[in-house]
Design a protein around this ligand. Structure first.
Ligand SMILES: Nc1ncnc2c1ncn2[C@@H]1O[C@H](COP(=O)(O)OP(=O)(O)OP(=O)(O)O)[C@@H](O)[C@H]1O
Ligand SMILES: [Mg+2]
Length: 254
């Protein structure tokens, strides 16, 4: 792996002791049948960071997130908030505070917008807190408030994306993993979604691992990024440095 710059972060690590990342993935390998698609990936995300994974179609970006959220089987170590999550079931990973917004905006199409958001809070029992978070998400994405009683499946693509993000936030995660939030969404809305997410998350001190094909947008909003090629991390550095890196410019920024 070529390191463009030091991966040390200016963000002070929080609860996990000096220098400890919130998420630490080491030697992650994954196969689908006979085909190995991740060949030993190392990724670290510190509390408060926005870190992105960029790479071409099929590079293994979604697979990486699916392994970390334990939906896919994998080998290697996955530590979150100081403890191994590598053998937990996916629901337990959510309970630990690590939540994925899946690719393709998988919301519940027959439930209303409001019910979809409430489902996101399935691990919580603090009714008042849930209600106030719901209102906060309606403030963040006012269109969801207008559509609160409508079935999720009737929302436009961009609206479903907002709903999927809102649903993930309803669990009050420590860290959010987002897979292609810009997919199928008009550029102007992408900017709005990224802005909104960044503002809210900064305010809450949340941490994000973002997968994006829109490398330009991702690198601009990220503290650091990893470039994935055919299941290997080939480059890592700050968002700003990668934006200027000739290899990244040629391969991913057109
Ligand atoms: N369920 C599956 N069964 C078999 N092969 C799979 C499966 N899911 C993904 N793959 C293969 O694994 C490789 C990595 O796929 P992955 O979805 O992780 O890529 P990606 O980087 O997210 O790509 P994209 O940018 O197109 O979303 C691809 O070659 C893909 O065909
Ligand atoms: Mg993908």
């Amino acid at each position: 792996m070529t390191s463009v710059v030091s991966t040390a972060s200016s963000h002070a690590p929080q609860s996990t002791g000096p220098g400890a990342p919130l998420l630490r993935v080491h030697g992650l390998k994954c196969s689908y049948g006979q085909a190995q698609v991740l060949h030993g990936i190392d990724i670290e995300v510190f509390a408060g960071e926005i870190v992105s994974i960029i790479g071409a179609n099929g590079a293994g970006k979604s697979t990486t997130l699916m392994c970390v959220s334990r939906i896919n089987r994998s080998s290697g170590s996955i530590e979150f908030d100081g403890a191994s999550i590598a053998s937990l079931p996916p629901e337990q990973v959510v309970r630990q505070g690590l939540v994925q917004v899946p690719e393709g905006r998988r919301i519940f199409p027959r439930l209303t917008v409001r019910e979809n958001l409430e489902m996101g809070a399935f691990i919580r029992s603090d009714k008042d807190g849930i209600e106030s978070d719901l209102q906060r998400i309606f403030e963040m994405f006012p269109i969801l408030k207008d559509r609160a009683l409508q079935q999720g499946g009737t929302l436009s693509g961009g609206e479903q994306q907002m709903l999927a993000i809102g649903r993930a936030l309803m669990s009050r995660p420590k860290m959010l993993m987002m897979d292609e939030p810009s997919m199928g969404i008009a550029p102007i809305l992408v900017a709005k979604i990224f802005d909104t997410v960044k503002n809210v998350l900064n305010a809450q001190g949340m941490t994000i691992l973002l997968v994006e094909q829109n490398a330009n947008a991702a690198l601009r909003m990220s503290n650091r990024a990893y470039v994935l090629e055919t299941g290997n991390v080939v480059l890592t550095g700050s968002g700003q440095d990668l934006l200027r890196d000739p290899r990244v410019r040629e391969a991913y920024l057109g």
